[in-house]
Design a binder for this molecule. Structure first.
Ligand code: MG
Length: 260
């Protein structure tokens, strides 16, 4: 059965007619199924094909907007030329291979040093929990840990941050807890991307709590698509990355059929 009902199809047809279309996509849980080792996650082949087709249509921009550090995002998305990369929930940008990190000021740098020192013994105390360093903070990954070990790791991480950097931004994700000295969100990223590309309509698809910030900045001409379970403000929902791929395929065909 198709993941695309009548309402979603009508919304995609409207979107395909827009003057300049921005297709902005979360990665993990949206384009790629979850895997235990984050570096092994890859875009589903059907989604990749659909994205390649979208990239061939003029006045159409594709962006990946992820909580991953931008280096990690570039690695797992395997270099699709022309795709704009946004990492760390809007704290890192890489457009055409050029980095545009919002710079850390002196105060943020000081707070990042305090966080780094706070987490220095963490990995030894919590075997199996993985620390990912980001330009403006840390992510603590607990995928694969048993629930009690994950709880203890998260609990201590929160305690460390409350101690050394109480005004850090904390984000809860699926088996990941993130701390940043910046307070950029995926909503900020969409606002910046819309402005940068001059898009007249935006499709945003995502599966996690932090994607709600992106949905929140979408308006009348746009389309918000939630992937998977959980509460959302997005009007449209599909159930898996495979179904996201189906939506992208349909949008690519509709967009190409407009003769652009
Ligand atoms: Mg995700």
């Amino acid at each position: 059965m198709s993941a695309i009902n009548k309402e979603l199809n009508a919304a995609l047809e409207r979107l395909a007619e827009s003057e300049h279309l921005l297709v902005a996509l979360d990665f993990d849980g949206t384009l790629a199924p979850f895997v235990d080792r984050p570096e092994e996650a890859r875009t589903l082949p059907a989604a990749r094909l659909a994205i390649e087709r979208l990239l061939e249509v003029s006045h159409t921009t594709v962006a990946f907007v992820s909580g991953r550090a931008v280096d990690s995002l570039e690695l797992v998305t395997e270099n699709l030329p022309g795709v704009l990369l946004v990492g760390s929930h809007g704290a890192e940008y890489r457009f055409d291979g050029v980095d545009a990190h919002p710079p850390l000021d002196e105060q943020d740098t000081g707070r990042l040093h305090a966080l780094t020192a706070g987490f220095s013994g963490f990995s030894d105390a919590h075997p199996g929990a993985r620390i990912e360093r980001k330009p403006a903070g840390f992510a603590v990954h607990t995928r694969g840990l048993d629930p009690e070990a994950a709880f203890l790791a998260n609990d201590e991480a929160r305690r460390i941050v409350a101690d050394v950097c109480p005004d850090a931004t904390v984000r809860d994700g699926k088996d990941v807890l993130e701390f940043s000295v910046l307070d950029a969100t995926k909503g900020d990223a969409i606002v910046h991307l819309r402005d940068y590309t001059g898009a007249t309509a935006v499709l945003y698809a995502g599966d996690d709590v932090t994607d709600e910030d992106a949905f929140a900045v979408l308006g009348e001409p746009d389309l918000a698509l939630k992937s998977g379970e959980g509460p959302t403000i997005a009007p449209f929902r599909v159930h898996s990355p495979a179904e996201v791929a189906e939506v992208l395929d349909s949008l690519g065909r509709l967009r190409a059929a407009t003769g652009r």
